[in-house]
Design a protein around this ligand. Structure first.
Ligand code: NAP
Length: 249
């Protein structure tokens, strides 16, 4: 990298990341490399959130960043996720790995070696101009982003959560780190009509102080560019709620 390029990188604002994830009451998010549920309205919410670009944003696109295992959990006919720049993170690199994984920059999919490299790529001229960037999983990438919170290249600013109240999906084998205090957990449980004495709370490790705050219904609608369902959704006997959380400074 030339000195000029280094200076430009140093002046650039870190890329703002939004993690989007569906989780159970105990923050379970996957089992055996797959999603434990199949919810078409939840999928539609994911598609809309990650695809929509604000009015007056010209030819900008959104980007989705994911780990190699999440990429491979998407059926080949649905990847890359269309209308979005797809960035896959792996320790494998080179043309051979791209070929094996079905990744092709001509079709808006890219292979990079770290979250920092993903953010740098999206801030460069190698991709279309980006409106919003979503971290779409999986467990390893969410954990890294939530533990580091920010780097020179990116900053994790929002969490778009689908909270699955029931059933418990106890078979989950990968989890999101807890991001709420015990009062915030109790508020979520109260909203879902679940008593505070239910055992799920005991399985979580609440934060001692608030790091994230729940956006109001109005802020959530504004973020989505239209009304979002704020109640409890029911689909195939699964009850869930859409939420948006902002990182406190
Ligand atoms: N509930 C939800 O909303 C949701 C969303 C997405 C995924 N999921 C679920 O999450 C599970 C997959 O999560 P996972 O944690 O097993 O896998 P993952 O995070 O999708 O991918 C892990 C892989 O990413 C690469 N990677 C991770 N950190 C890296 C780093 N710092 N530098 C370079 N490469 C790195 C490595 O690839 P290499 O091994 O190639 O080096 C690693 O094996 C599945 O069950 C999936 O269905 C759930």
């Amino acid at each position: 990298m030339s000195n000029d390029e280094q200076e430009i990188m140093a002046q650039q604002k870190p890329l703002s990341l939004i993690a989007i994830v569906a989780i159970t009451r105990t923050n379970g998010l996957g089992v055996n490399g797959q999603l434990p549920w199949r919810l078409s309205r939840e999928m539609a919410h994911f598609r809309k959130a990650t695809s929509a670009v604000g009015e007056n944003e010209g030819s900008k696109m959104n980007a989705v960043i994911m780990g190699r295992k999440t990429w491979q959990s998407i059926p080949p006919k649905f990847r890359p996720l269309k209308g979005r720049v797809n960035v896959v993170i792996s320790r494998q690199s080179g043309k051979e790995a791209e070929k094996e994984l079905g990744i092709s920059p001509e079709e808006h999919s890219h292979l990079v070696s770290s979250l920092d490299a993903a953010a740098d790529l999206l801030g460069s001229s190698s991709t279309p101009s980006i409106y919003r960037t979503f971290l779409i999983g999986g467990a390893q990438l969410y954990k890294e982003a939530m533990e580091r919170e920010r780097s020179q290249s990116w900053s994790l600013d929002k969490l778009m959560i689908t909270r699955i109240h029931s059933p418990a999906f106890e078979e989950c084998d990968v989890f999101l780190p807890e991001f709420r205090t015990s009062d915030q957990i109790k508020e979520d449980e109260r909203f879902a009509g679940i008593g505070n004495d239910e055992p799920a709370i005991g399985k979580l490790k609440p934060l001692p102080e608030q790091k994230w705050s729940a956006a109001s219904d109005q802020q959530f609608d504004q973020f989505m560019g239209g009304p979002v369902s704020h109640g409890i959704e029911e689909e195939k006997d699964v009850r869930y709620t859409f939420q948006l959380w902002d990182r406190k400074e």
